[in-house]
Write a protein that binds this ligand. Structure first.
Ligand code: 13P
Length: 246
């Protein structure tokens, strides 16, 4: 039985004052799912202080593939563990598109996260042009296989996958429950080809304009195990509303 996970990706939003309110409200909320927030690096200490001892876990939105050294501006996996992080996003489409992260870079970050004891949330998904060219399955499979090739299927016993169609991120367009379920099923089937037990246990989140109003139908799909929430994660009632749709 997979426990539903609803994770907020705050992206580059927040301030000490706004975060304090949001974190307190999320902490105080009742949720039918596991809750996590992935905050900007400078706010990890604040998330740790506000959420420590609560049912809400926290994490970051990216990490370096390197362990330490002369990598100006980078943040290592072990630094995240110093701040009590549970999760870290790797391969978010904004990193792939705006920062040129290749499948190989993402696979290296996934491995770096796991070697420090973090749970990577591997983000994969196709662009609108790729969907319209009917290559969604190829794209998502290629992104997944880069990580399977480097870390092996057993690594997915301690990882989360997030399917985020790029065309649905921040656009108000959501994949229909059937569209999302199709891709989630193919992701799980690809993992099952290597190990059926790992595939049955791995959580696959949906991300892309998820809101309280569309969450229930998405969450009801057999292979959707929660959500990775952008905009709606910045409003406590929306974030908790999504979690309670589980
Ligand atoms: P939105 O929920 O704002 O579409 O963002 C989704 C996302 O990118 C989460 O990682």
């Amino acid at each position: 039985m997979r426990t539903k996970l609803v994770a907020g990706n705050w992206k580059m939003n927040g301030s000490l004052a706004l975060n304090a309110e949001l974190l307190k409200a999320v902490r105080a909320g009742k949720a039918a799912a596991e809750l996590a927030v992935c905050v900007p690096f400078p706010y990890l200490a604040q998330a740790q202080a506000e959420l420590h001892g609560s049912h809400v876990t926290w994490g970051a939105q990216d990490i370096s593939a390197q362990a330490q050294g002369a990598f100006t501006g980078e943040v290592s996996a072990s630094m995240l563990t110093d701040f009590g992080c549970t999760y870290v996003l790797v391969g978010h489409s904004e990193r792939r598109t705006l920062h040129g992260e290749t499948d190989a870079v993402v696979a290296a970050k996934f491995a770096a996260a796991q070697s420090a004891g973090l749970i990577p949330v591997l983000c994969i998904g196709e662009t609108l042009a790729e969907r319209e060219s009917n290559i969604t399955a190829e794209v998502v499979t290629r992104q997944l296989e880069a990580v399977l090739a480097k870390s092996g299927v057993a690594a997915f016993a301690n990882a989360v996958i997030a399917y985020e169609p790029v065309w649905a991120i921040g656009t108000g367009l959501t994949a229909t429950p059937a569209q999302a379920q199709d891709v989630h099923a193919l992701i799980r089937a690809r993992v099952a080809r290597d190990d059926a037990t790992v595939a049955a246990g791995v959580r696959i989140l949906y991300g892309g304009s998820m809101k309280p109003g569309n969450a229930r139908e998405l969450m009801q799909q057999a292979d959707i195990d929660g959500g990775l929430i952008g905009g709606a994660a910045l409003v406590a009632t929306d974030f908790l509303g999504i979690a309670n749709a589980c």
